[in-house]
Ligand binder design. Structure first.
Ligand SMILES: Nc1ncnc2c1ncn2[C@@H]1O[C@H](COP(=O)(O)OP(=O)(O)O)[C@@H](O)[C@H]1O
Ligand SMILES: [Mg+2]
Length: 204
């Protein structure tokens, strides 16, 4: 169980979250829906320790997480993917496992190649982000997050840059991630998409 307890956040005098509570069962998918400007991206940034919380706690299986020190627990696929433009697909995926998890380069590359073939990107490993389509970049961003073996995986507006065909594909992909034991949080303003994938929907 992943929990957010009493999370509050404001910017200036604008209250984005006032003691938000959220519980997510292991391996389930929660959609967070809400209007633009409602604070959805800020919520994910707080979970990734890119933005501070005013108050609140994050817990995993009843234990309070120190998200500053345990950042690999959370994997985030940002809306604009944030791939490193000067690194190949393979390098984008292996950078954090090598530098943060201190994995041996060969081992990290081996795992990355397995992930890439699962995501039908095996033939793209030596390409650079600018050589990929939007949907391919998104899957690279997903592979990069998965390479850190996160227990919680969050996506910010995963359908925003996709045509309907790719949207179906990402729906399938997110649902199939359950089998890897990942708990997922999907931030979206796309209600139809949210209904198709989620076990639980939260409005913010
Ligand atoms: N670093 C920041 N400083 C001040 N205001 C911010 C900052 N980041 C976001 N905001 C404001 O907080 C509100 C929520 O933003 P955001 O989390 O991006 O919403 P959403 O993702 O739901 O569209 C917006 O009004 C935005 O302008
Ligand atoms: Mg947003």
């Amino acid at each position: 169980m992943f929990e957010i307890r009493n999370l509050s956040k404001k910017f200036g005098d604008r209250m984005l979250f006032d003691r938000l509570n959220l519980q997510i069962e292991k391996q389930s998918i929660v959609s967070i829906v809400g209007p633009s400007g409602g604070g959805k991206t800020t919520l994910l940034r707080m979970l990734a320790n890119l933005e501070s919380m005013d108050s609140g706690e994050i817990l995993l299986d009843g234990r309070v997480l120190d998200i500053k020190k345990e950042e690999q627990i959370m994997g985030i696929v940002f809306q604009d993917f944030q791939l490193f433009p000067h690194l190949s697909v393979l390098e984008n995926i292996t950078l954090a496992p090598i530098q943060v998890l201190k994995k041996n380069k060969k081992v990290a590359e081996h795992s990355a190649k397995i992930l890439l073939s699962h995501l039908e990107l095996a033939d793209k490993k030596y390409l650079y982000p600018y050589q990929l389509s939007g949907g391919q970049k998104q899957r690279v961003a997903l592979a990069r997050a998965l390479a850190m073996k996160p227990q919680i995986l969050a996506y910010d507006e995963p359908t925003s840059s996709l045509d309907p065909n790719l949207r179906k594909q990402i729906e399938k992909l997110i649902i199939s991630m359950k089998d890897l034991g990942v708990t997922q949080i999907v931030v979206t303003h796309d209600l139809n998409f949210a209904q198709n994938i989620s076990d639980q929907m939260i409005e913010v």
